[in-house]
Unconditional design. Structure first.
Length: 242
């Protein structure tokens, strides 16, 4: 596991965007695994800026998002579909047909998840996966539990995740209580994984990810220690317990 500590959030976003841009240049039809939340907002801003400056071309890139709330339509401002369009997709030359997200409104969710995973597999798998880090160590929405799921699934969100995500909603009651997420097996099948985290509130989680000497389902991020190509990029604040 490679660890990069940056001065601040801006540098974290720039360093990560440079890795993305280089990977896209090397493989223009790269399959990117994308995430939402606060942490990657700066990364997406940087990528949009690079696109505007002709430094990166998304015309052949294919994207798969990690997760989506159950029950939120893509027109809902809190859906991850909406977030991705607002923060990245609407501003770069990604082809519509190359954008993939789990469908939180599907009436046949189980089948739609099988299809989603098959599409990833048939295209050769995700080359580069980005994700933030839950304060409780969740990866995607693979929440701490007595066992972790390998495949894409619907999961109830833990109280702490609902609390953490309520900042985006008017009231906590509006936060969906379940979500679709790719499973740990899907995430592990990615050829390279980058985890980004910033701010003192992530310091404990970052310390557990980097320094714990055991893997435990009670902290899903610790399983990343077993993956051969993981880079953790954190700002000074998030790195303060390392
Ligand atoms: C979102 C996702 C989540 C977030 C995590 C951190 O697609 O996969 O695991 O990365 O909850 O969220 P933020 O970045 O808002 O602190």
């Amino acid at each position: 596991m490679k660890v990069i500590i940056t001065e601040n959030y801006e540098e974290l976003s720039k360093v990560t965007a440079n890795i993305f841009a280089a990977a896209i240049k090397e493989n223009p039809s790269i399959k990117l695994g994308l995430a939402t939340g606060s942490t990657p907002v700066g990364l997406y801003e940087e990528l949009v800026e690079m696109y505007k400056n002709n430094e990166v071309d998304f015309s052949e890139v294919i994207t798969f998002n990690l997760d989506e709330y159950v029950g939120l339509d893509k027109t809902n401002e809190n859906s991850y579909n909406y977030f991705m369009h607002e923060n990245l997709f609407n501003h770069v030359n990604l082809k519509k047909e190359n954008i993939n997200l789990p469908d939180g409104m599907s009436s046949t969710i189980e089948q739609s998840l099988i299809d989603y995973q098959l599409k990833i597999e048939n295209l050769g798998g995700i080359d580069l996966q980005i994700d933030g880090l839950g304060e409780n160590g969740h990866i995607g929405f693979n929440e701490p539990d007595s066992a972790l799921k390998l495949n894409a699934h619907v999961t109830p969100l833990t109280e702490s995740t609902i609390q953490a995500n309520s900042r985006f909603f008017d009231t906590i009651e509006e936060v969906p209580t379940s979500a679709i997420t790719l499973g740990m097996g899907n995430i592990f099948a990615s050829k390279a994984i980058i985890i980004i985290a910033n701010g003192a509130h992530k310091a404990k989680a970052v310390n557990a990810l980097v320094n714990s000497t055991e893997v435990t389902t009670q902290n899903p991020s610790t399983f990343l220690k077993l993956h051969p190509n993981v880079t953790v990029i954190v700002d000074k604040e998030a790195a303060k317990l390392l």
